[in-house]
Design a protein around this ligand. Sequence first.
Ligand SMILES: CC(C)(COP(=O)(O)OP(=O)(O)OC[C@H]1O[C@@H](n2cnc3c(N)ncnc32)[C@H](O)[C@@H]1OP(=O)(O)O)[C@@H](O)C(=O)NCCC(=O)NCCS
Length: 298
Amino acid sequence: MTGDRAGLTYREDYFDDPGGWAAVKALLLAVFDVDVSPLERMGGRDRTLMSSAWFDGSGRCAANLSAFAMPLLIDGRPVDAAGLQSGAVLPEFRGRGLFRDLLRRTLQRCEERGFEAIVLYTDKPELYAPHGFAALPEHRFVGPAPAPAAVDAKPSARVLDMADAGDLSLLRDLLEAREPVSSRFAVCRNTQTFLLNTALVEAVTLSFLPEFPAVVAWRQQRAGETFTLLDVVGTRIPTLAGILQALALQPQSAEVLFPPDRMAWTGDSLAEDGDLRFMMRRGPVPTGAFRLSPMAEF
Ligand SMILES: CC(C)(COP(=O)(O)OP(=O)(O)OC[C@H]1O[C@@H](n2cnc3c(N)ncnc32)[C@H](O)[C@@H]1OP(=O)(O)O)[C@@H](O)C(=O)NCCC(=O)NCCS
């Protein structure tokens, strides 16, 4: 072990050890101010997680990087991809090469597992570019909302309550059976990420549309003038007009935060200008404008 790593121990896949899980939770809270505790009442961690970390002598997690299976559909083709997340080093351990070491090990583990592509979000793309990751611009889709099919319809949808065990289990079952929300670019399966995002994504409403069945993640802006669609989880994907009808909403404009090829609606693509960059290593680059649903962001 090098001098810089004296007193530190390398460990893998420690999330089933309560001490290991608590230490990683504390690291993520300290570095990102993100609390992953809601996962505990939502079925626990993603079982595909492959984590690599350095722990100090007192059991603190000094540095962590995790990969998880994130199967994607890109231009109609299933892609066996991994997502990288929770890359963090406690301030007092930075600048010693710990992150470089974890990235090298994680990429090696992903190679051994045979993932075709690796994706991540970061505000520091320069950290990953030397390791074969390229930033891909993301776009949202905006345009006039489709006309409602039945103007005075009552909503057929009801709002889900994530504190209710029945609603949580209904959503989980749909997440496990879902169709990708887009054929152009979408996750096929991301149950735990979606569940955690129900607690982390701001001002999102989850509505259950029993006629499909599907759960729609949405919000309104400008006093209801704009309807924003974040994601649809269903075995059948309703059109945008069908969703608005089920919610009994008549907005003037719509924005869809994933490619709307299954929505029977088209919008203009608008480049996202946030701090986070989506990066991909290997794998097929999507041919058209795309973005991942905020409910699939990690
Ligand atoms: C970014 C972070 C993970 C780096 O950890 P670290 O252990 O200090 O990094 P290392 O010492 O292993 O350095 C690895 C490389 O990253 C570079 N680097 C370090 N901190 C960086 C930063 N803030 N911005 C850009 N590059 C950085 C180093 O120069 C080094 O480059 P090299 O391999 O060409 O020499 C750590 O500062 C951190 O936890 N920051 C807050 C959370 C975060 O930003 N996470 C990663 C983004 S998703």
